[in-house]
Design a protein around this ligand. Structure first.
Ligand SMILES: [Zn+2]
Ligand SMILES: [Zn+2]
Length: 166
């Protein structure tokens, strides 16, 4: 993983801010910290219960709100690929861009120094103090595009064959 995408360490940051860590809260925070994909609140609840069976929905929502308020996690809608769900992820050292494939639903993460420069330019030229930046790009991923290319080639081959045999 590139250093830009390194995640902030939630439990340490919460403790240093004087937040009391209950067993429920710990389970929820660990799930978000270790997530391999972008999780919505329902998925966080399910995974947290596997660690700590008495985790309840209200605590999941409260913990997510707290983490958002402390700006330790980001909330995303990922181009609404799955309706109105919101997803949560640990803030990385540098902001990253999400590439959402409309065809297979894959979400890729992308970081670039240009994005940092764009934010600096926005602040400088507009005098705007940026708290949150979110950039989502929707389209077709490389895998889906190469599938298209393969399918097109197949079609061409079939036509050639037909022309030869016809
Ligand atoms: Zn795709
Ligand atoms: Zn992400």
């Amino acid at each position: 993983m590139t250093p830009a995408l390194e995640r902030r360490w939630l439990l340490d940051e919460l403790v240093s801010k004087g937040v009391r860590i209950t067993t429920q809260r710990r389970a929820i925070v660990e799930v978000i910290q270790e997530a391999k994909e972008h999780l919505d609140a329902g998925a966080v609840l399910e995974l947290a219960r596997q660690r700590e069976p008495n985790v309840d929905r209200a605590t999941v929502y409260r913990t997510i709100e707290l983490l958002k308020e402390l700006r330790l996690i980001d909330e995303l809608d990922l181009m609404h690929l799955e309706g109105e769900k919101h997803y949560y992820e640990v803030k990385t050292m540098k902001d990253h861009i999400h590439l959402a494939c409309f065809r297979c639903g894959r979400i890729e993460e992308f970081s670039s120094p240009l994005f940092e420069r764009l934010k600096a330019e926005i602040s400088k030229r507009s005098g705007f103090n940026i708290r949150v930046t979110r950039l989502e790009v929707g389209g077709s991923c490389r895998v889906c595009m190469s599938g298209d290319a393969a399918a097109e080639q197949e079609e061409k081959d079939e036509k050639t064959e037909a022309a030869i045999s016809g």
